[in-house]
Write a new protein. Structure first.
Ligand code: AMP
Length: 424
């Protein structure tokens, strides 16, 4: 029979890679907790309408990338392609918005039917962070200094920050008119996607990755030139806060991001070390989205980090990761000894709760078992034979130091391990 394989673009995270994931998850949890963020876990599946309304009908995600299906009741459901819409839906539904300045985060898989390539998958993972109820640029500044601290905590370097401000919906409407005028006058030079988008969503043209479009996009009008006093003051204040906190950034007037709900500040952290998929974190302000989903008017801002890309960057930058090897490996041989093995191991675990102990479950000689003990990375091998079992003793061999093995009474074993492994 043919072996069944994973779906294209959906990856198994294998034991070798998992320490990088855990390293990230651990730091994210600690850091976000320290900044006053609470974890939230929305479901992976939502009504399709939620994403259509929030992300926007004329975006790559909604037009061609969603995993959408009818359930048995004929209701259209979608595997979440991103998480902000779900978090906002949950925040409205459960009254989280009643406390201004509520900070939440979540982490988990997202699904987009994209063309799989290095760094771009169909199931990928994001850390998603949101602040509700703060209209001032202090919210943007907090998210940015917090991400900068996260890169440092993870041991990553060389990430650069770009930001832009898309302004209010009024500014966007004015800008949209100028873009339509500009691109319509150059209709012959547009690719098929961009021609279509002149009518439907001209801002998206700026997001085109087509090389033949880049010169045209470079010359296009800039949204910053449409800013009113409020938008200008907001951006200036944010930049002053970042300057004061010593954050380096570049204002990029072409940065528009791929989702329609953004108003005001947008930002992206990128690296040059991951080839074409260099965006590691993207976010921005979405002051209208809560109301657009049916909640009370409420300013909001957030970002998403791509976990696969952080994992890849840890690898490229050869960041050393803590690996949790077993402290001890217990092997037994003989009928009485093998019956005793788990009882001895459980006594040890009771006495030393932080002990990482593997019990050998295989057959073979002590020599073969010692080999397995060594391969496990354990510091100590605990060898329980028939004679030891009879005498209530166990042979302890330090696998990382040359030297004879010692005989230790099973009653003293926990103390021996604590003295030899944990006291260092
Ligand atoms: P977005 O939700 O599109 O703003 O993306 C936020 C971040 O998620 C990006 O900066 C990437 O790091 C990551 N990301 C988005 N799409 C994918 C994907 N298909 N595969 C892997 N990572 C992704």
């Amino acid at each position: 029979m043919n072996a069944i394989q994973a779906i294209r673009g959906m990856n198994d995270v294998l034991p070798d890679a998992v320490s990088a994931w855990q390293h990230i998850e651990r730091h994210v949890r600690t850091l976000l907790g320290a900044y006053g963020y609470e974890e939230i876990r929305p479901p992976l599946v939502e009504r399709t309408e939620l994403f259509r309304r929030s992300i926007g009908e004329v975006t790559d995600i909604v037009e061609k990338e969603m995993y959408t299906f009818d359930d048995r009741n004929g209701e259209s459901l979608t595997l979440r392609p991103e998480c902000t819409a779900s978090v906002v839906r949950a925040a409205i539904e459960h009254g989280l918005l009643r406390t201004p300045g509520r900070r939440v985060w979540t982490m988990g898989p997202m699904f987009r039917y994209e063309r799989p390539q290095k760094g771009r998958y169909r199931q990928f993972h994001q850390i998603d962070v949101e602040i509700f109820g703060i209209a001032a640029p202090s919210a943007e500044a907090e998210l940015i200094v917090m991400t900068r601290r996260l890169w440092k905590a993870l041991g990553l370097s060389g990430l650069s920050l770009e930001l832009n401000s898309l302004g209010s919906r009024d500014i966007q409407a004015r800008y949209r008119a100028r873009l339509v005028e500009y691109f319509s006058a150059r209709a012959d030079a547009l690719d098929a996607d961009s021609s279509r988008r002149i009518e439907t969503n001209p801002l998206r043209i700026l997001d085109s990755k087509n090389p033949s479009m880049q010169a045209l996009i470079e010359e296009a009008p800039r949204i910053i030139d449409e800013h009113d006093d409020d938008a200008r003051a907001h951006l200036d204040q944010l930049l002053a806060m970042l300057d004061e906190a010593g954050v380096e950034y570049r204002v990029n007037p072409r940065l528009v991001r791929g989702l329609d709900y953004y108003t005001g500040t947008v930002f992206e952290w990128t690296t040059g070390e991951l080839g074409a998929q260099g965006a590691v974190c993207g976010g921005g302000r979405y002051d209208n989205l809560v109301a657009e989903i049916g909640g009370p008017a409420n300013p909001a801002i957030g970002f998403a980090i791509g976990l696969e890309r952080l994992v890849a960057l840890l690898d490229v930058q050869s960041v050393e990761l803590p690996v949790a090897m077993p402290h001890a490996y217990l092997a037994s041989a003989g009928p009485r000894a093998s019956i005793l093995a788990h009882a001895v191991a459980e006594r040890l675990r009771d006495a030393v709760p932080e002990l990482r102990l593997v019990v050998d479950a295989g057959h073979g000689s002590f020599k073969a078992k010692l080999k397995r003990a060594d391969r496990s990375g354990a510091r100590l091998a605990l060898l329980l034979g028939e004679e030891e079992a009879r005498n209530g003793r166990i042979a302890v061999k330090d696998l990382r130091a040359r030297g004879p093995q010692s005989m230790v009474s099973i009653d003293d074993l926990a103390g021996h391990i604590v003295r030899n492994v944990f006291a260092e």
